[in-house]
Write a protein that binds this ligand. Structure first.
Ligand code: SAM
Length: 319
């Protein structure tokens, strides 16, 4: 679901408050910082102009990624839309707030963020005041949450802080941990390094695949969400195209039940190469729980064949 018109209007106001000249200057500087200074556990957002620009030029994309992910995971019966409690760590300017509100109507929500400038814009856009001003590395909570979400946060940290933050996130959850970040080879590598930590906390990875070790060699896993660009989004990015495809990566972990009675999710395979469609046959290269496989689906298997003819890279099906 796209951001509400009322939120888009508030984002537009942020743009006009700053003025086009300043927007372009700050945007350029912020892009430079995200390219060159990330991964050092230092704040990239240094004032209210930075957080305003984040809301204008990045938040619509991160929100769309979360919406698209929630939609997919709920439709595949992997995430339950009736979760009771959700915490969003590194909540930024509200990307998670709006996505969670759209998909989990019944959940009690908690937000944690360590940057005052982000919090100010978060409050302005969401009109939600109770966001907790704290660093995840110092955050203590007696409460456990059904879903612990952290999007586009861990890649801003050093490897040492990232590992400590992930331990904190697992400790906060009694059901799921969802980590989302940009879909680049280096970030994928960072997440592969932290994937193994889950076992120590009694969790297992359940999406986008169930493999403990990624079977891809000299390759990486990436998804994308299409983001419609608003007029101010285009102006801030000096862009002409009316949309952008935001590439992302994610890992969803589930707590292993003491009695071992976790729901057994349908074992879906992800298509990793463009399907080869022939008259009576579709050839797919997929990443499945047993590793990488080449499968041939023939016309004899009517339903699967129909699905395979339409499937696109990164989509999943039972093979
Ligand atoms: C790139 S923004 C992502 C914001 C939001 N989650 C989203 O998806 O749009 C990263 C956010 O994480 C916050 N952050 C970074 N390190 C943090 C930490 N140690 N504790 C809490 N928040 C942190 C930053 O201040 C920033 O707001």
């Amino acid at each position: 679901m796209a951001l509400l018109e009322s939120v888009k209007d508030k984002i537009k106001n942020l743009f006009f408050e700053l003025g086009k000249g300043k927007v372009l200057k700050v945007q350029k500087n912020l892009t430079y910082k995200y390219k060159n200074k990330t991964g050092e556990s230092k704040p990239l957002i240094e004032d209210l102009s930075d957080s305003g620009i984040y809301a204008i030029s990045r938040m619509p994309a991160t929100n769309e990624v979360l919406c698209s992910l929630f939609k997919t995971l709920i439709s595949q019966n992997i995430l339950d839309k009736n979760l009771k409690s959700i915490i969003d760590v590194g909540a930024g300017t509200g990307a998670g707030y709006f996505a969670i509100k759209d998909y989990f109507e019944n959940a009690e929500l908690t937000f944690v963020e360590n940057n005052k400038n982000m919090i100010d814009v978060f409050k302005k856009l969401t009109e939600y005041e109770n966001i907790i001003h704290e660093d995840i590395l110092n955050f203590e909570s007696e409460e456990k949450y059904n879903l612990v979400l952290s999007s586009y946060v861990l890649s801003e940290m050093t490897e040492f802080d990232r590992v400590n933050a992930v331990c904190k996130l697992f400790n906060l959850s009694n059901k799921y941990v969802l980590l989302v970040d940009a879909g680049t080879p280096s970030i994928y590598e960072q997440y592969m390094n932290i994937k193994g930590i889950c076992k120590k906390f009694g969790f297992k990875v359940i999406a986008p695949c169930k493999n403990e070790m990624c079977p891809l060699k000299n390759d990486y896993c990436q998804f994308y969400a299409r983001v419609e660009r608003s007029s101010v989004h285009k102006l801030a990015k000096d862009a002409i195209q009316s949309y952008e495809d935001e590439k992302y990566f994610y890992l969803l972990f589930e707590k292993i039940e003491n009695n071992g009675e976790n729901v057994d999710y349908e074992d879906l395979a992800r298509v990793i190469r463009r399907p080869i469609i022939k008259k009576n046959l579709v050839e797919l290269k997929v990443c499945a729980s047993g590793g990488i496989k080449n499968v041939a689906i023939t016309k004899k298997d009517k339903e699967k064949f129909k699905m395979a003819r339409k499937i696109k890279i990164n989509e999943q099906m039972k093979v």
